[in-house]
Design a protein around this ligand. Structure first.
Ligand code: SF4
Length: 895
């Protein structure tokens, strides 16, 4: 921490994605006033993406949960802790330890995870403790364990820059891990000969820098890599010395690959790719020394995700492309502390400190170290099974921390029903209203990012301090404090007497080294004796960090030694299978799901920064022009995407970036932001049999257009609820809220419709016709309510197409800006009602660069005036010159 007279700078970490960027937080008077990238942090070296750059816009108190509540009533912390502890204790007494569960999050800190895991597995005596990280990387964990003997990520981010061939598979890196993408872009600029291959059914923003894009058939990724192994064997591209000296299982792995994909032609057929394109990748891989294969959710979220991970790893082992600079299979995690959770063992099939239940000696070791009175001896229920058990009554009390499973787990409607049926649902969160807090009996206010203190581990095994720099909001407490209080109230005083996160961290570090002697690569025992001061000053440190430095932490496996009993890596005979979900006549399209550039998870935090909604403000479904034409769907139509499990209502985005036969929807919108777009209500709870990770990338659905008779925009200085129309979407603004609306039936009277949802000032101006209704009301010189509806309900307007409705409405972005301005003249009032500026100069179009609020029209105009590169556009408009997240879209406009 550095101080000036009235501000201080605190080094902390970004709470969003698994890149784990270091952040300088500038704090004044208990307010976060600015953020910047930490130049000293190895992950980002000063960069931040647009989400990280907007962190200071998300720390306000609005929407925070500030006090404990039981059944909606405010209570003291003592009452709340006692209620939870007694509830859990009585349930356990009556039904046994497996009748309770904890569901954690990759958003909580390692210290929180550690005490939660310890409480469940050592003291309550159940392994029913799982995490939302199950949904993003558990397949990679299982693949690592099978191949390397432990959950070990071999390389570091620097390898992505050193690679001569970088394969990005199942990863829209540009949007999901933007700072990694920026590092790759910079490396490619410095070494244009570096080859980049993107393997993805969609043409994502990441393809922007690709030398080769392979738009394979959804779900066929495993075949691509078994085919690669066959090709390497057939083309004399194996590293026989490495295979002989450092691996086992090569023959059976190759046999399985050959049986499945014995030729390039067969691999191309299974992947739905042209033989030439696939052959080119195979040729590049076989002839390039330094290769990194970066894989993410597109590989992991599959009913065959573990096999896919091992198919990738097999290719690297067979060619010795591992443990060397610029060579590694590299799984990148989704969340900021998914890795920390893995390290403490916060998954139901892990024990602690990278040990699992397969060896009774592990259980005895942890039991002894913890002095555990009720040590569990077998795995617990993984996330999807856990909520199924809640639904069928086997689990009767559940405590959910820092996550929103009603919006994010597959079969999300069943999850909601499960929680509504459950006898005791405890939710710890920093946010008051989420789809999950709505189902809670007990709400416990947890501290948020700016207040929490502890450590996180990013995707390259770097442990960083997340430092609290604001006072806890309201009565909120840290998760580790809440867990320890409940543990003590349950009678487990010894073991939970921690008074600081540093004490928890050093115990975690000591367990990692306990009776280790080099057996487990996860060893951070060099940190077990940190004083409070040293813990507070801790700089980013990569593990392993053993007391006896026996491994180079930067790159694992450099000596060809692996963490298996034989010391050899295991090549696994994999048989990746096609997705379990199958399309049918009724549900003929494959829905893929994923992240967008400027939002995080269920928007509980990024949804507070209006700047982050400039880029994409509403849920959507991407559909190919062919499918759209066949279904008579026009761009921006309101459509219903559905299957036997659920239904979503979203806007259609017709784009040739989406292949025919498949759709894409973002994961972010919850019931707090829109009428019906919880995409996980469509996802079947079908999982990888080993990892328990759901098949979220392959969901059979159908789509149809909804015959909207009217569309509207409503901007209010108050948050509104229960809007009576088929579609609504809330967009928080710097002042007030904008609602994008559409309806299948037009109200008889717009005045009455508006009056049913809000009060309208008598100081108003209106316009009413058969096809339009507009209203602007004022409080003094401040706009209070704006409403615009375009309708084709009247028989006279029946000739209008749905698309005309959008054209008949004003520009939402312009209106939103005007809403925050004082309006003093009659002309300004009339311009507001007209929905457009007196001249068109202030209409910048859809925002492309969120950092500098530069719109598409401005960029197009600059291009038409001669700007021919991203650098020239940046010099003229500044667009793309801060976080760089928008550069792929700017390049698309230039192209
Ligand atoms: S890439 Fe962006 S979201 Fe991810 S850690 Fe860095 S700043 Fe945060």
């Amino acid at each position: 921490m550095t101080n000036t007279s009235d501000t201080c700078q605190v080094k902390t970490t970004c709470p969003y994605c698994g890149v784990g960027c270091g952040v300088n937080a500038e704090v004044s008077d208990n307010q976060l006033i600015a953020v910047s990238g930490d130049r000293d942090h190895p992950a980002n070296q000063g960069r931040l993406c647009v989400k990280g750059s907007a962190l200071h816009e998300t720390t306000g108190l609005e929407g925070r949960l500030l006090e404990p509540r039981i059944d909606g009533a405010s209570v003291s912390w003592e009452q709340a802790i006692d209620h939870v502890a007694q509830g859990f204790r009585k349930t356990i007494e009556a039904h046994g330890p497996d009748s309770v569960a904890l569901y954690l999050s990759g958003q909580i800190l390692t210290e929180d995870y550690y005490v939660a895991n310890k409480l469940m597995k050592g003291f309550i005596g159940s392994a029913n403790v799982d995490t939302n990280s199950r949904l993003c990387m558990s397949s990679a964990v299982a693949a690592h364990k099978r191949a390397f003997g432990a959950d070990l990520v071999p390389g570091c981010y620097e390898d992505l820059e050193l690679a001569e061939l970088l394969i990005l598979t199942g990863s829209n890196t540009a949007w999901a891990h933007p700072v990694i993408y920026q590092r790759i872009v910079a490396a490619k600029k410095a070494r244009p000969e570096m080859k980049i291959v993107v393997i993805d059914p969609r043409q994502t923003a990441t393809c922007d820098i690709a030398d080769l894009h392979l738009p394979l058939k959804p779900g066929s990724d495993g075949y691509l890599f078994t085919g690669l192994l066959s090709y390497l064997a057939d083309n004399d591209a194996l590293d026989s010395t490495f295979i002989d000296n450092h691996t086992e299982g090569f023959d059976s792995a190759l046999l399985a690959a050959k049986q499945l994909t014995g030729s390039v032609a067969e691999s191309a057929r299974r992947c739905g790719l042209p033989e030439t394109g696939l052959g080119l990748l195979y040729d590049w891989f076989s002839r390039t020394e330094k290769v990194v294969t970066l894989f993410s959710q597109g590989i992991n979220q599959s009913s065959s995700g573990v096999d896919k991970g091992n198919a990738i790893i097999n290719c690297h082992l067979a060619t010795g492309k591992i443990g060397k600079p610029g060579s590694a299979p590299f799984s990148i995690t989704g969340q900021p502390n998914a890795m920390g959770g893995r390290e403490v063992g916060g998954l139901a099939n892990q024990l602690a400190a990278h040990m699992d239940f397969s060896d009774p000696a592990n259980i005895e070791l942890v039991e002894t170290f913890w002095q555990a009175p009720n040590m569990v001896h077998q795995e617990g229920l993984k996330a999807v099974d856990m909520f199924q058990a809640v639904h069928d009554g086997r689990i009767k009390a559940i405590w959910i921390m820092g996550t929103n499973p009603v919006a994010s787990l597959p079969d999300a409607d069943l999850v909601r029903e499960a929680l509504q049926r459950c006898e005791l649902v405890v939710v710890s969160d920093c946010i008051e209203k989420t789809d999950t807090t709505a189902c809670a009996n007990v709400l416990l206010p947890a501290t948020g990012w700016a207040e929490k203190d502890g450590t996180v581990t990013n995707s390259e095994r770097v442990i960083s301090r997340q430092r609290g720099f604001l006072k806890p909001a309201g009565k909120s407490r840290h998760d580790w404090q809440i867990i320890c209080s409940v543990a003590r109230a349950m009678g487990f005083d010894a073991g939970f007497e921690f008074t600081s996160p540093g004490q928890i961290f050093t115990e975690h570090a000591a367990l990692s080294g306990y009776r280790n002697n080099g057996r487990r690569y996860f060893d951070i025992s060099a940190l077990e004796s940190l004083t409070e001061e040293q813990y507070n000053q801790l700089q980013p440190v990569r593990w392993p960090a053993a007391k006896q430095a026996n491994l180079n932490p930067k790159r694992l496996f450099q000596s060809g030694q692996f963490n298996t009993p034989s010391g050899r890596a295991r090549m696994v005979a994999v048989t990746p299978t096609a997705p379990v979900n199958r399309t049918s006549e009724q549900f003929p399209l494959v829905l893929n799901t994923g992240r967008i550039r400027d939002q995080w998870h269920t928007m509980t935090r990024t949804g507070k920064a209006s700047r982050l909604l400039n880029h994409i403000d509403q849920p959507f479904v991407e559909i190919s022009p062919e499918d759209a034409a066949q279904k008579q769907i026009a761009d921006n139509d309101l459509v219903e995407v559905s299957n036997a499990l659920g239904r979503c209502v979203v806007r259609a985005n017709v784009t040739d970036r989406q292949p025919a036969g498949s759709l894409f929807m973002p994961i972010h919108w919850s019931a707090q932001f829109t009428s019906q777009a919880r995409v996980d209500s469509l996802i079947a709870p079908i999982c990888d049999p080993i990892a328990g990770q759901p098949e979220s990338k392959y969901c059979p659905v159908t789509i149809r257009t909804l015959n909207s008779l009217w569309r509207g925009i409503l901007i209010s200085d108050k948050e509104l609820a229960d809007l009576p129309c088929e579609y609504w979407c809330k967009v928080p603004l710097t002042k007030g809220f904008r609602y994008e609306l559409a309806g299948l039936q037009q109200p008889d009277s717009w005045q009455q419709w508006l009056a049913s949802i809000t009060t309208i000032s008598p100081d108003r101006i209106e316009l009413n016709s058969t096809s339009a209704y507009r209203l602007a009301s004022f409080n003094g010189n401040q706009p209070e309510l704006l409403f615009f509806a375009a309708s084709r309900a009247h028989p006279k307007e029946a000739h209008l197409k749905k698309a005309h409705l959008k054209e008949a409405l004003p520009n939402s972005a312009w209106l939103s800006k005007q809403f925050a301005q004082p309006i003093s003249t009659a002309a300004q009032r009339m311009a507001l009602l007209a929905g457009k500026p007196v001249d068109n100069s202030t209409d910048c179009g859809a925002i492309i660069c969120s950092c500098f609020e530069v719109g598409e029209k401005q960029i197009q105009q600059a291009i038409s005036q001669g700007a021919a590169s991203t650098d020239e556009l940046a010099a003229k408009l500044k667009c793309g010159s801060n976080c760089g997240s928008c550069l792929p879209e700017i390049r698309a406009l230039l192209n």
